[in-house]
Design a protein. Structure first.
Length: 400
C-alpha cells in the first residue's frame, strides 16, 4: 500500500472523520487516564466495547499480519491513527499488555500455533493479558524472581506470587517469568517464560487500591497451579532473554505494537489553558513572566520529545550515541509529564489540596489525579532510577 504524503493525508482525514462520528459520549463515570487505572466492571466493559469498535473499523493492529487478524499495512497508517486518537482525546486503547508487549513478542519469537491462538483475541479484546514479572520481595531485581515452575509430566506446577499485575483480576492470560531451575549457574539462566492461563485452579488475585482511591493493580497468587508445558515460549532457561525483549516493547525501545495509545494525554496546551483560567491579583497566571518562563521550558521539552522519534529514524543524526534516543524515551517522557502535572497543582494555591469529587476543585481535580497516577508510569517498566542506570551503562559506557 502507498505511503506517499498525499495518500497518508487522505487517510488521516478519513480517520478524523470517523473519530468525530464515533468517539463515545461521556458515560457518566470516571474513565481511566491510562491502562493502569481500570478498576471497575463498568470501566472494563466500556473500554472493551471501544477497542472492539476501533478494531472492527480497521484502525487497530493495522501493521500486524493479515493472517492473524491484523491489517497487513505499513506502520505509518497505525501511527496516524494513534496520533489522531491522542489529539481527539479519545478513550484509551486499554489491552496494552497484549497489544504492546505480548503480541509483538509472539509475532517475533512465537510459533505459528501461538500466533494463530493468541493474536486475534488480543486485537478484539476478547483476551485480556496481564504481566507476571515483579514480585513482592524483590523490588526492581527482576532477575531474582523466585516464583517457581516445576515440570510434572505435561504440565508445570507454579507456586509463588507476582505483584503490580495490571488487569490481573480480569485477564485470561499472563506473560509469566518463573524460575524453573534454582540450581542454574546464575540467576538469569534458571528462568523461563510462559504464556500462562489465568482462569485455572490455583490462581487467585487481590486488587490493590492506589493513593488515588482507584484500582488497577493486583497481587497474583499461584498455589499449585498447573499450566500446560506447551505454554512456554522459547526453551526452558531462556526466560531472561524473553523478558528483556518484552521490556524493549514496554519501554518503546522496539516498535511493533498494535497501538501506542495507552495514556490519555495532558499536553502543554492544557497547562496553558489552566494558566489562563487561574487568576492572581485579578490577572491570569499566564500574564506572570515567571510562569511564562516555566511554561516555555515545558513547551520546549514537549517539542523535543515529539522530535525524538523523527530524529531516531535518521541514522546520520544518531551516530555519536546510536541507542540514546530509544533508551531515554520512557525516562524523558514520564518525568516530563510528572513535573508538568506537579507544576499545575502547585499553581492552584490552597485549591491544590482538593481532589476529584470536590465541587471546588479546579478542572475537576484532573491535574491532581494525573500527578498521582503518573507515578505508576515512572515506576512500571523499570523505575526512573533504573532507566537512568541503563542510559549511563549502555549509552555513556559508565561502569555499573
Amino acid at each position: 500500500m502507498q505511503t506517499d504524503s498525499q495518500t497518508l493525508a487522505t487517510f488521516r482525514a478519513e480517520v478524523q472523520a470517523w473519530l468525530r462520528d464515533n468517539i463515545p459520549a461521556n458515560p457518566g463515570f470516571l474513565l481511566p487516564q491510562s491502562f493502569m487505572e481500570v478498576g471497575s466492571e463498568e470501566q472494563l466493559e466500556f473500554l472493551i466495547a471501544w477497542q472492539r469498535k476501533v478494531y472492527e473499523a480497521g484502525y487497530l493492529g493495522m501493521a500486524w499480519p493479515k493472517e492473524y487478524g491484523g491489517g497487513g499495512m505499513p506502520q505509518a497508517y497505525q501511527d496516524i491513527v494513534d496520533q489522531e486518537l491522542m489529539s481527539h482525546k479519545a478513550p484509551i486503547i486499554f489491552n496494552v499488555i497484549g497489544l504492546g508487549w505480548a503480541g509483538p513478542l509472539i509475532l517475533q519469537l512465537g510459533s505459528e500455533a501461538e500466533k494463530q491462538k493468541y493474536i486475534k483475541g488480543i486485537l478484539t479484546a476478547e483476551d485480556i493479558w496481564c504481566q507476571g514479572f515483579s514480585e513482592p520481595d524483590h523490588g526492581s531485581d527482576l532477575g531474582n524472581a523466585q516464583c517457581r515452575a516445576v515440570r510434572d509430566g505435561d504440565d508445570y506446577v507454579v507456586n509463588g506470587s507476582k505483584i503490580w499485575t495490571t488487569f490481573g483480576n480480569y485477564a485470561k492470560y499472563m506473560i509469566l517469568l518463573a524460575r524453573t531451575n534454582p540450581d542454574a549457574p546464575n540467576k538469569y539462566a534458571g528462568l523461563s517464560f510462559f504464556l500462562a492461563p489465568m482462569l485455572i485452579d490455583g490462581v487467585s488475585t487481590s486488587p490493590i487500591q492506589k493513593i488515588t482511591g482507584e484500582y488497577g493493580f493486583c497481587q497474583t497468587f499461584f498455589d499449585d497451579a498447573r499450566i500446560p508445558a506447551d505454554c512456554m515460549i522459547g526453551a526452558e532457561g531462556e526466560g531472561w532473554k524473553m523478558a528483556m525483549q518484552t521490556l524493549q516493547y514496554e519501554r518503546s525501545v522496539d516498535g511493533g505494537q498494535a497501538s501506542t495509545y495507552k495514556f490519555l494525554p495532558i499536553a502543554m496546551a492544557d497547562l496553558l489553558d489552566t494558566c489562563r483560567a487561574i487568576t492572581r491579583d485579578g490577572k491570569p497566571l499566564l500574564d506572570d513572566p515567571i510562569v511564562q518562563d516555566r511554561l516555555v521550558q515545558f513547551l520546549m521539552e514537549e517539542k523535543s520529545l515529539a522530535l525524538m522519534k523523527v530524529r531516531g529514524d535518521i541514522p546520520a543524526l544518531c551516530t555519536d550515541y546510536p541507542f540514546s534516543l530509544a533508551l531515554s524515551g520512557k525516562l524523558v517522557a514520564t518525568e516530563l509529564f510528572r513535573r508538568a502535572r506537579q507544576y499545575a497543582v502547585s499553581l492552584q494555591g490552597a485549591k491544590g489540596g482538593l481532589y476529584v469529587g470536590d465541587d471546588m476543585a479546579i478542572e475537576g481535580g484532573q491535574w491532581q489525579r494525573g500527578y498521582f497516577n503518573n507515578f505508576s508510569a515512572t515506576i512500571g517498566g523499570g523505575t526512573s532510577q533504573v532507566q537512568a542506570n541503563i542510559i549511563a551503562e549502555h549509552v555513556l559506557g559508565l561502569p555499573k
